[in-house]
Write a protein that binds this ligand. Structure first.
Ligand SMILES: [Zn+2]
Ligand SMILES: [Zn+2]
Length: 381
């Protein structure tokens, strides 16, 4: 009798010249139990198990399950003593399990791309590796055509290593070659630091730095004076004290609300950042918040409770502006190390007029940031 594979729905039989190998059931009763449960075989007494020709074929093991080949051997055919076959899950049942426990869309996660600098034939190259997002159309194929290995099971939670079919397992790879120094610098991961800026630090380090740099904000004045980007303005309150213009951020293509992103720029000049805000600016902040929310509701249909409205510290330019982003969009810079919710800013100013002048404010700074080197020079980091 030829050797046959016991694995559910596998019809492999031993043939000459086939690369498939066939493995005997383990003698160790504990390992045997693991094999049987991986194959969804509950009946240990099943007569089919007693047949001399029953095996499990190599298609149900991963490469790591095999012993390292000894010298001279091409590939090991010997399983490690604790190797266990892939867990068999009925494809139909699997889809059922996933759909019953959670809506399928919530388990689709996008991988963060990995960037690496490599040398290709003596030239520097930037390589960006990105796992492509899982499309919902491929889910049923993903569940039915993948191999699964149980990692851990605890009560209702279990984790598997899923080996998808090759065509569903692509990695988008972007190559910049030859990469200039600028490219390398841009893509090289920059170390980031948390700076705790006291009132003294602001007066002695940050303020002189801002003044000395005299960052050009002419482009902001151009927008406010309609000399540039006038057609992009979606709302304006022209009041010189309380007024502002509202326009979409360049990161938002305005095609869908998922990543809605608008900026309100105050008409009032001279408010460099959060540090300059006092209770006399509360009416301005309230006006921006109220009219910004109303405009976004009227124009894009997104209500106030779907918006994250905040001020950056440090800001990317030193003229008061407020960010409006869709709550479900993880906009860059919307985390606690940079964003200050405008509602909290208003309350802090009302409770304690000197709040932003006196409090220690923390923010993150990249290695290549000029302000960071000033803090390092002053021995504050
Ligand atoms: Zn098999
Ligand atoms: Zn900003």
């Amino acid at each position: 009798m030829p050797k046959v594979c016991l694995y559910p729905r596998c019809f492999n039989r031993q043939k000459t010249n086939s690369t498939v190998t066939f493995h005997q059931l383990p003698r160790d009763p504990e390992v045997l139990q693991l094999w049987l449960s991986a194959m969804s075989i509950n009946d240990v007494e099943s007569p089919s198990l007693r047949s001399r020709d029953v095996r499990v074929c190599s298609e149900h093991f991963s490469d790591e399950d095999y012993r390292t080949p000894t010298r001279g051997q091409q590939k090991s055919k010997l399983l490690k003593s604790f190797a266990v076959p892939f867990t068999f899950v009925d494809p139909g049942r699997l889809i059922e399990v996933f759909q019953v426990e959670v809506p399928v869309t919530t388990i689709v996660k996008v991988e963060v791309p990995v960037t690496t600098i490599v040398k290709l034939e003596d030239q520097e190259a930037v390589v960006i590796l990105e796992k492509t997002p899982i499309s919902e159309d491929s889910l049923s194929e993903l569940f039915s055509g993948s191999r699964m290995k149980l990692d851990m099971k605890n009560d209702i939670y279990s984790t598997y290593q899923l080996q998808p079919p090759a065509h569903l397992n692509k990695i988008k790879t972007t190559v910049v070659c030859p990469a200039t120094e600028k490219h390398v610098k841009k893509y090289q991961s920059q170390e980031i630091f948390l700076v705790k800026e006291t009132e003294e630090d602001y007066n002695n380090i940050t303020l002189p730095y801002i003044q000395q740099q005299s960052f050009s904000i002419q482009w902001v004045f151009n927008i406010l004076e309609k000399k540039a980007e006038a057609d992009r303005i979606v709302f304006e309150d022209p009041d010189s004290q309380l007024g502002f213009v509202l326009l979409p951020d360049f990161k938002w293509d305005q095609k869908q609300n998922d990543n809605l992103y608008l900026i309100a720029i105050a008409h009032q000049r001279g408010i460099k950042s959060l540090r300059d805000l006092t209770p006399k600016h509360v009416p301005l902040l309230k006006n921006i918040l109220k009219k910004g929310e109303e405009t976004i509701m009227q124009r894009y249909g997104l209500p106030a409770w779907k918006l994250r409205v905040y001020i950056h510290y440090q800001p990317s330019y030193y003229h008061l502006h407020v960010h409006f982003t869709a709550l479900e969009y993880d906009a860059p810079g919307c985390d606690v190390t940079r964003a200050h919710l405008i509602q909290n800013v208003i309350q802090n100013l009302q409770l304690y007029p000197q709040y932003y002048k006196t409090q220690t404010l923390s923010f993150t700074s990249r290695e290549d940031d000029g302000l960071l080197s000033k803090f390092k020079d002053a021995g504050r980091l």
